[in-house]
Every structure is written in C-alpha cells, then in structure tokens.
Ligand binder design. Structure first.
Ligand SMILES: NC(=O)c1ccc[n+]([C@@H]2O[C@H](COP(=O)([O-])OP(=O)(O)OC[C@H]3O[C@@H](n4cnc5c(N)ncnc54)[C@H](OP(=O)(O)O)[C@@H]3O)[C@@H](O)[C@H]2O)c1
Length: 277
C-alpha cells in the first residue's frame, strides 16, 4: 500500500513516518511544503496523479493559533482549501484521505467532555478554518477519516519544549490554570490513525490521550519528571491575554473509537513520562 504524508516535517508527520517505516508492506511518500504546497490546486492534482497513493494523510496545517487571527486568508488557504484539494485529488484516483483536525471546532464553554455527536461552534479563525477543512473533505471524498486531536506534542515545537526552555532562564513561571484539556502524544495519535486506516473505519473520530488537566498541572508534571526546580504559579487567562480566545474546557472523549475500533490511547501522564524519559 502506498501512503502519501503531507506536512511530513511537522510533529505528527514525523511520528507517522517513524511508525509506518516499521511496516514492510507500506511504501511511503513524504512531502514537506517545499515539495508539495497543499494550497496549490495544480501542484496537488499533478502530484497525486503522478504518484497514485492509496491513502493521503494530511498533516499539513497552519497551527499557529494566534497568527491565524491576523493571517486569515493564509489560514483558509492552508487549513480549508488545502484539505479540499487533497480530498478531490484523492477521490479522483479512488484514494482515501485522513484529515487531522482539532478540539478548537468546539467553543469549550460547557463543562463536559465532548463527543463526535456534540455541537460544533468554533470561537477562533483557526477553529473556523479547520472546521471548513473537515466539511470540505467530507463533501469531496466519501472515503475519509477525520481525526480531531488536542494539546499535541512530539518531535517539533510544542508547549513541553517551550516550558523546559523557559525554566532555563526563570526561577518562577506563571502558567494558566483555568483552561482544561488533554495533553496528547503524537505516538498515541499516530498509532490510532494507522489502526483506523487498517480497519477502513471511515468517519469522524476524537483522539486524545486519556484524562484531563490544566496547563498549570501539565507544567508541574513536566517539571516533576525532569527534576526541574523552577517554581510554577497558577494564573488566569485574563492575566495572560492572547489574540485568539482559548476554550475553557476542551476535553474530548474518544467516543467513536470506544464504539468501534477501540481506544488504544494511554493516560496523558503515562505518555508524557515516556516522551520525557
Ligand atoms: N499542535 C497542536 O497542539 C494541535 C492541536 C490540535 C490539532 N492539531 C492538528 O494536528 C495536525 C498536526 O499538527 P502538528 O502539531 O504536527 O503541526 P506542525 O508541527 O505545525 O506541522 C505542520 C506542518 O505543515 C506544514 N505546512 C504548512 N503549510 C503548508 C502548505 N501550504 N503545504 C504543505 N505543508 C504545509 C508546515 O511546514 P512549514 O513549517 O514549512 O510551514 C509544518 O511542517 C494539524 O492538522 C493540526 O491542526 C495540532
């Protein structure tokens, strides 16, 4: 089976490539933005037609949530038009598509874990563009897997690395304690995507690690595992204003996985321990 991974130099792209390389029957095509710009319709159609993958896994996205608030056109081009181009190109050759999406398609205003059957209501440009990406993929290719994740870390830039770096130059750090979510390792997400594709289990899925915490709790756990002595103090979102509004309670329940293929993700504490060790 031939698998095209777009955005292969990002956190998730790298982990998927690592895991697929272990599988002898898989032929991988890995593209970075310089090889294939997903927002360019002609590039996408000719690349996909020439290479004829069986599955396209789209890991490319504009993930800088605050930047999306000002670079709106760019956000729509990468997060909505890009997936649309890939979905149409895949459909024309009978290929499947995996589109990775986000908890930001929800408002996160309700204190309840969210399933795939709950109401979507994005608050930010990032969330809106990612939602359009989901809709366009669903409309243009029936053989789709839409996988929503959150608070992702792996091989690349992420919250975990930022906090460790900040601890090197600060004796005290204030971290937001009124936003809840689930830190998720790219290892767990990639394993789940591979399983969904093996099972041909099409549809919309939530995939985060298990449990929940605030950014403050998460930082405390990172520092505990690493033996970092920097003091962590809780603060409010109000004290740490950002251009894009963050959801307050953004805990996803992997309900469709529970009901179908099975949920193979680990508790978030186990996954972060393995990542840091
Ligand atoms: N990170 C999170 O916390 C998080 C949370 C929820 C959902 N997600 C979703 O999970 C998926 C993977 O995220 P990630 O953290 O692995 O992302 P990432 O590390 O930011 O990687 C995204 C990759 O996309 C590439 N890219 C951007 N524009 C492109 C274009 N026009 N054509 C081709 N490639 C392009 C980027 O390349 P350049 O660096 O060269 O621009 C980058 O390598 C995304 O769909 C994201 O929306 C992430």
């Amino acid at each position: 089976m031939k698998i095209l991974i777009t955005g292969a130099n990002g956190q998730l792209g790298r982990e998927l490539a690592n895991q697929y390389k272990e599988k002898k029957t898989i032929e991988l095509i890995l593209t970075r933005r310089s090889d294939l710009d997903i927002s360019n319709i002609n590039e996408v159609y000719s690349f996909v037609n020439r290479n004829k993958p069986d599955v396209i896994i789209n890991c490319a996205a504009l993930t800088a949530v605050d930047k999306c608030e000002t670079e709106i056109d760019m956000a729509y081009k990468i997060n909505a038009i890009g997936p649309k181009n890939l979905a149409i190109a895949a459909n024309e050759i009978g290929a499947e598509i995996v589109q990775v999406s986000t908890d930001y398609v929800f408002s996160g205003n309700i204190d309840k874990s969210l399933t795939e059957f709950d109401k979507i209501d994005p608050l930010t440009i990032y969330g809106k563009t990612k939602l359009e990406g989901e809709i366009l993929v669903r409309n243009h290719n029936p053989k789709h897997y839409i996988v929503r994740t959150a608070w992702l870390y792996g091989d690349g830039n992420n919250f975990v690395k930022t906090m460790i770096k900040l601890s090197e130059t600060n004796t005290t750090l204030k971290v937001v304690n009124d936003q809840k979510g689930t830190p998720t390792s790219t290892v767990d997400l990639a394993r789940t995507i591979i399983k969904l594709v093996e099972d041909k289990n099409y549809g919309i899925f939530h995939c985060t690690c298990k449990g929940e915490c605030t950014w403050y709790d998460f930082t405390k756990e990172i520092f505990r595992i690493k033996g970092i002595t920097t003091t962590v103090l809780p603060c409010t979102s109000e004290e740490f204003k950002r251009p894009a509004k963050r959801p307050e309670y953004s805990v996803l329940r992997n309900y469709m996985l529970e009901l179908t293929t099975g949920d193979i993700t680990r508790p978030w504490q186990e996954a972060i321990y393995e990542y840091l060790k």
